[in-house]
Design a protein around this ligand. Structure first.
Ligand SMILES: NC(=O)c1ccc[n+]([C@@H]2O[C@H](COP(=O)([O-])OP(=O)(O)OC[C@H]3O[C@@H](n4cnc5c(N)ncnc54)[C@H](OP(=O)(O)O)[C@@H]3O)[C@@H](O)[C@H]2O)c1
Length: 276
């Protein structure tokens, strides 16, 4: 029986590599993206390698777009085995410098987008008695950094959602997996949405320090193909763990967090990342 995978945000980065990795692994893969004019590169590779990969339009902010994509997939294949909730973006800015509307837009994509996809897909998986939902969180879903509070909050929320639904859905054969990458070399680092950090913002100094920290870490970043490899490994495990970490930076910070008290960890992070 042909297994079917759906990936959101496949136009670049982690979604692009994951869709290809799933197709190379034998899944009939729906590489979804909100702007299908960006499909050229993944379609070229897929054609060259003779992969079973189809690009379809899906904007995670838009319920109608999700409903029509999932119903097209179900009418073509009659099943969905793997859903990778990957689409997301990073809103940069300290809390006082960003608007409530900015924060809502961040949650609309990174959090409610995931919920919308799950609500459309879980009934299919439940009826077939199996399925795997992979939620791409971040080290930022476990550790808070400054100047990114909207992003951090959306990923902390995603972690809670994932842990809770794992209990609810496992009796129906649906497995939930959280992926926690560190800094990954993708467009997200270069093209994050920067809001109005005004020249006279009292948060200008810390914003600049964090921005420089992100740029510095970006140079040593892990390739997105490593995240794709971890996702493939996790979904092929009989009893997948609740979470998988990707990247030495993520492992290092999460290990330090485990070993230290909250205040020790806060001082460690200030020293490691924002001391100069
Ligand atoms: N890069 C990192 O350091 C890092 C670390 C940890 C976690 N992550 C997570 O990894 C995931 C993928 O990010 P990436 O690093 O691969 O960045 P990326 O290359 O910028 O990819 C983000 C993808 O999400 C898509 N997207 C954004 N809003 C969307 C929407 N409303 N509907 C559908 N697709 C949408 C983008 O589409 P467009 O091309 O149309 O914009 C793009 O395909 C995100 O959830 C991110 O939070 C990234």
């Amino acid at each position: 029986m042909e297994k079917v995978a759906v990936v959101t945000g496949s136009s670049s980065g982690i979604g692009f590599e994951t869709a290809l990795a799933l197709a190379r692994d034998g899944f009939y893969t729906y590489a979804t993206m909100r702007d299908i004019t960006k499909a050229g590169s993944i379609q070229d590779i897929s054609k060259k390698e003779n992969l079973k990969l189809e690009v379809i339009k899906l904007d995670v902010d838009n319920e109608d777009s999700i409903k029509s994509a999932i119903s097209k997939i179900f009418s073509e294949k009659n099943r969905i085995d793997v859903l990778v909730n990957n689409a997301g973006f990073l809103l940069f800015g300290c809390l006082e410098d960003i608007s409530v509307e900015d924060v809502k837009a961040q949650f609309e994509t990174n959090f409610f987008g995931v919920i919308r996809l799950i609500k459309e897909t879980a009934p299919i998986m439940r009826k077939q008695g199996s399925g795997i939902i992979v939620n791409v969180s971040s080290i930022a879903g476990r550790i808070a950094f400054p100047a990114t509070s909207a992003y951090i909050s959306s990923k902390f929320a995603l972690e809670g959602l994932s842990e809770s639904m794992r209990y609810e859905m496992s009796p129906f054969g649906i497995k939930t997996i959280i992926i926690e990458p560190g800094v990954i070399k993708t467009n997200m680092l270069s093209s994050f949405k920067q809001t109005t950090t005004k020249p006279d913002s009292p948060y200008k100094e810390i914003s600049e320090k964090v921005m420089n920290g992100i740029k510095m870490m970006g140079q040593m970043a892990t390739p997105p193909s490593d995240v794709a490899k971890t996702i493939i490994k996790a979904i092929k495990t009989e009893d997948p763990l609740p979470r998988y970490i990707v990247g030495n930076d993520a492992s290092m910070f999460l290990e330090a967090k485990k070993m230290k008290t909250d205040i020790e960890f806060e001082n460690y992070l200030k020293k490691e990342l924002f001391s100069n």
